[in-house]
Design a binder for this molecule. Sequence first.
Ligand SMILES: [Zn+2]
Length: 387
Amino acid sequence: MRCCVAHEYGNWCHDEATIDVKGKPFCVYHAPSDASEKPNGKEFYRLVQDRIRDEDNGCVFDGTIFPKSISLRSFEVNGTLSFERCQFEGNLSFYSSSVRGDLSFRGATFFKKVSIGEDVNTKSSTRTNGCYQTTQVPGGVQALVSLTIDGDVRFEDAIIHGSFTLKKFSNGGKINLSSIAATRRASLSKISTGELECENAYFQNVVRLLDVVIAGKADFNRAKFNAFATIIRCDFRDLVYFSSTEFNSRLRIRNSRFKETALFERTKLTEASFPLCHFGEHAVFSDVDLKAVSFARAPIESFYFVGCNWLQFKGRAITIDVLGLKSSRKYEKIPSPLPAVRSLPGKDQRNASAKKLGELYRRLKRLARIENDELLASDWHYLEKRC
Ligand SMILES: [Zn+2]
């Protein structure tokens, strides 16, 4: 008898033996996790492992229900390794392997954490009798250093309830996180990829991109970041899109390089800063509320503003930098912005801070003049002279 859901997943399991689940035939992969005849954790894991080893030209597990945590390592797959629409009820770790095609988790649901990439150290923790023990993985560091994926890493439409970590690998294709929903922290670090697609992605918790190199375009259009988002030491070598992206908490882009234009179009910025970034072309802010953007140490000469709203004080444009505050939320309570600088402790600190601010407004003034906005230039001039 053939597995009753085989046709939903391209019939890849049609040769597999079936078990009876409430009168219906299911293969062991698609059987629900509470089916009494479904192999238990270790046995199931061995089946998966053997299947990957046996298939030379790629391997499909679409729709599989993984009942326990699974750690896949040291495989070589000559084609695509596909886990589309799978359910992972435990943790998933994927290390030290090579996949010649795509590694796809499209539409998968993860109830626990996901980590994909190189093992940072060779130690792993196992829980025995309620205590965590650290065990050395045989083979040492050398055996575990590389994860290579020639094609795409696909997570579009995936739902991830645990933490999500992609770390230390390079892939020839793109990383696709379109329409992903991640409820816990998400981290991409030390990755080199062809393109990054995050369109319509939803991140409920903290997101961090660290040391990520993206050779092609990076698309964050309409993505939602509900907690602190940081982009540090990243290298964007093509266009970067933040159109209608919502940063509902802080955004900090630091020490990052944008070779081509970065487009912030109708982007919602709640608190944003761009210290020590470099833009080879422009960072275009179009129709953006700049009320809570800090311009300190930002490469403002590369910024281009179209139809943006500035923070206003008594009819003049100001920036939150003049308030000496990280947040514009406290701004309403301040009777005048300048005393916030003048009230800094110590004369030297006051002078240094005022000097830096004066310099910032001088640069903003020059920029406003280049863009033929005399009114804005006069607001910056007013602030420059009072710092
Ligand atoms: Zn099946």
